[in-house]
Design a protein around this ligand. Structure first.
Ligand code: ADP
Length: 448
């Protein structure tokens, strides 16, 4: 930044200086040229008056003291008089610009450069009363020549200007960058900097606060995650250990011949049930970690939720019939945007629970309602219901209202956690209402 500031200050200073130099030179040069022509005019005025009264002889004496060349030209262009050359040796002047103008308009001027461009001749011609033209000429150094002559002082001034500009540019760059470099980015104080830097310092302070808050938030989230992870690991270990202990216990007493042969099928059935429980537990854990980590990579698509309900009811009807529970499906086809596999699982878990925690001769009503801004899925059962103190906790992982009952019917305590996560992922909100001994209604609102 310092280098760039230096560069721009230095370039600006040098550019301004050079432009000023050229402008001053041109103005001074033009001024002297105008003055020069004016002098020639004045001379021409009084000389023409003198020639008209005294004739050209007067010119011979007068021109000796002057540096001006005087030429008298007849209307046909012949030179009648010239104070520097013999008139008869001179070529015809009819074509000279200033002479032509003087014959046509009464006066005329022109500038002619020498072959080397180092000199120029300023000519002024005036028409006299006798019909001839008197031309005065003076030779002057050209701008180029003057510039070349002035080269040494110009270079000297330029060198001084370069040094002065460089020193000033360095100082200026330092003055601007030093306070910036001195800003303490961790705890900037707007009293330490100049006015223009204060908004920047305030923004840094604000951003520091934001970063600090975000860091705190992240730390907090990290802590929570860590607690969840530990809880989850402890729960999983516990949930896995229970059926495994039963399995190894049953197997051990069979191995030691402590079970009567007629009791072996019962023990084998127990081992099978515990093993099945383990399988479904592991499956639920895998599913839950997948939805929690958003690992189900399937694209969201338009899914007919009514269609999913039909299929789920078809699968669960045989199970429900065994418990004498009936299914009813209400509503019509309704489209929601989501991951098919997740929505299928969500509906299955809700309907499965409605059957599992139902009463004999109970019923399950699945309903689809479409509203302008959402599609509502309701799964209502006439089952055992959930008490108010348990209602808030049923979505927690491994939470079961009645552990032994849930275990008996093959529950893992993960079904509603999976429902909650799937709903969140698919832009839906879950609500639960329940009355102990009367039934439970779970509503999933899919936002459009
Ligand atoms: P589980 O695999 O044990 O069913 P869930 O997470 O699906 O686990 O449910 C958590 C607990 O919430 C269940 O153990 C049960 O006590 C209660 N629950 C869930 N659904 C219902 C329902 N429809 N009626 C009564 N209780 C329910």
């Amino acid at each position: 930044m310092r280098d760039r500031l230096f560069e721009s200050h230095f370039t600006t200073a040098m550019l301004s200086f050079s432009i000023c130099l050229v402008i001053i030179f041109v103005i001074v040069y033009k001024y002297f040229l105008t003055e020069y022509v004016a002098e020639l005019r004045e001379e021409a005025a009084w000389m023409s008056a003198a020639v008209e009264t005294n004739g050209t002889d007067f010119l011979l004496n007068a021109s000796r003291e002057m540096q001006t060349r005087i030429t008298i030209i007849a209307p046909d262009g012949t030179v009648e008089f010239d104070n520097e050359n013999l008139a008869e040796n001179m070529e015809n002047h009819a074509k000279r610009e200033e002479v032509q103008k003087a014959f046509a308009e009464g006066e005329g001027e022109s500038i002619r450069y020498s072959a080397t461009l180092s000199e120029k001749t300023v000519n002024y011609a005036v028409l006299l009363a006798n019909g001839t033209v008197m031309r005065l000429s003076r030779t002057q150094h050209s701008a180029l020549y003057l510039f070349a002559k002035m080269m040494f002082p110009i270079v000297l001034i330029l060198a001084v200007a370069i040094i002065a500009s460089a020193v000033l540019a360095v100082r200026m760059a330092d003055k601007i960058t030093e306070p910036i470099n001195k800003i303490d980015l961790d705890t900037p104080d707007d009293r330490d900097v100049y006015e223009e830097l204060r908004p920047l310092v305030r923004r840094i302070t604000m951003q520091n606060k934001q970063i600090y808050m975000q860091m705190e938030q992240l730390k907090e989230e990290h802590k929570k995650r860590e607690i969840h992870r530990r809880e989850f690991t402890a729960n999983v270990s516990h949930e896995l250990k229970t059926p495994l202990t039963s399995i190894s216990g049953f197997a051990e007493i069979i191995r030691d011949g402590l079970v009567k042969p007629e009791d072996i099928p019962r023990f084998a059935d127990n081992i099978y049930k515990e093993a099945r429980r383990l399988v479904s537990l592991v499956e639920d854990i895998i599913r839950l970690s997948m939805v929690e980590d958003n690992e189900i990579k399937a694209e969201k698509s338009v899914v007919d939720i009514y269609d999913i309900c039909c299929k789920t009811i078809d699968i669960l009807t045989p199970v429900a019939e065994k418990q004498n529970v009936s299914f009813t499906l209400e509503g019509t086809s309704a489209k929601v945007c989501g991951v098919y596999q997740m929505l299928e699982e969500l509906v299955y878990n809700l309907c499965d629970n409605a059957v599992k925690y139902n009463k004999p001769a109970g019923s399950v009503t699945v309903k689809i309602d479409e509203e302008p801004e959402c599609v509502i899925l309701t799964v209502a059962d006439t089952g055992i219901g959930i008490s108010d103190e348990n209602l808030d906790r049923v979505f927690e992982r491994f939470y079961r209202v009645d552990k032994s009952h849930s275990k008996e019917i093959g529950g893992t305590g993960l079904g509603l956690s999976i429902v909650k996560h799937s709903a969140d992922y698919n832009n839906a909100k879950v609500a639960i209402e329940s009355k102990l001994g009367v039934g439970t209604t779970i509503t999933v609102r899919f936002m459009k």
